[in-house]
Design a protein around this ligand. Sequence first.
Ligand SMILES: NC(=O)c1ccc[n+]([C@@H]2O[C@H](COP(=O)([O-])OP(=O)(O)OC[C@H]3O[C@@H](n4cnc5c(N)ncnc54)[C@H](OP(=O)(O)O)[C@@H]3O)[C@@H](O)[C@H]2O)c1
Length: 301
Amino acid sequence: MTVDVSVIGLGPMGSALAGAFVAAGHRTCVWNRTPGKADALVAKGAAEAASPGEAVAASPLVVVSLSTYEAVQEVLRPLAGGLAGRTLVNLTSGPPPLARETAGWALECGAAYLDGVVLTTPSGIGDQRFLQLYAGPPEAFAGHRATLAVLGDPVYLGADAALPSVYDTALLCQLWAALTGWLHSVVLVGADGPGGGVTATEYTKVADRWMDTVRHFMGTYARQVDAGRYPAEEFPLDLHRMTMAVLSHASELRGVDTGLPELFTSLTARATAAGYGDDSYARLVEFVRAKPRPDAVFVRP
Ligand SMILES: NC(=O)c1ccc[n+]([C@@H]2O[C@H](COP(=O)([O-])OP(=O)(O)OC[C@H]3O[C@@H](n4cnc5c(N)ncnc54)[C@H](OP(=O)(O)O)[C@@H]3O)[C@@H](O)[C@H]2O)c1
């Protein structure tokens, strides 16, 4: 059997990945530990392998989507002899050290290894608005970019296999911060206005446009953070601090939780107390930065 791609692991994500390959016309071979999960895919044209070894042997491109890296190692290590010359794409989420360890092991097996993360839920697979992040040998990514593009928008980060995992955690931090800010705003505007306040839907029409301004600040401040210089021009930290006091007061008056305004007010107050009131908001990066602990080790939560 000659197939274009094999998918190992048919949880919700692996099933969506395999479904996208089948829908795009790739000959797709699938394997899952627990029987029965391949049935819907087989009905659509996928082939089911009887073992993970058979799935690896079936394709030059092997995509793995299991719950953890420990599961990846348990499934793949016995297959080391069959991996030479193939490209292994591991879309299992996990910590950076395990991504590097798996990359080193795959290299020893003679496989090209791309580590990746999926930045959407299974229903978003196949939608070009959503990203998948990849890292590993550039030629391996270039060789399979077109196939991987059926899953979403593939973004290559660099050679270090740990990069997708590092970005994944950072991007989730940004997601939670942005969504919590938006939720705070929704509660604030919902508490105001005639007839019971502004709905979340109405507010979000304007908030969506506001994200263009946020994006503009991020671009400007990224350059300042990298340069270690924070000229404020028109919007210095002193002005931010005064405006934050308005937000805290408005939140208190409306019975809105003040935890979020307190967080950025305290960072800003530390910076202005240290004499940086004329600097831009980007100066806060130095107050967000804590000293790294030399003895810190990754512990799975
Ligand atoms: N679902 C999402 O929204 C989402 C989004 C982004 C990233 N991800 C990542 O994608 C990966 C897959 O996620 P998922 O949602 O599909 O479900 P999951 O529960 O994380 O993974 C389930 C899959 O892992 C298999 N598995 C677990 N341990 C195994 C072992 N020791 N040997 C063989 N197979 C094993 C399961 O097989 P059985 O069926 O036999 O149990 C099943 O195929 C995860 O790393 C997850 O973090 C998921």
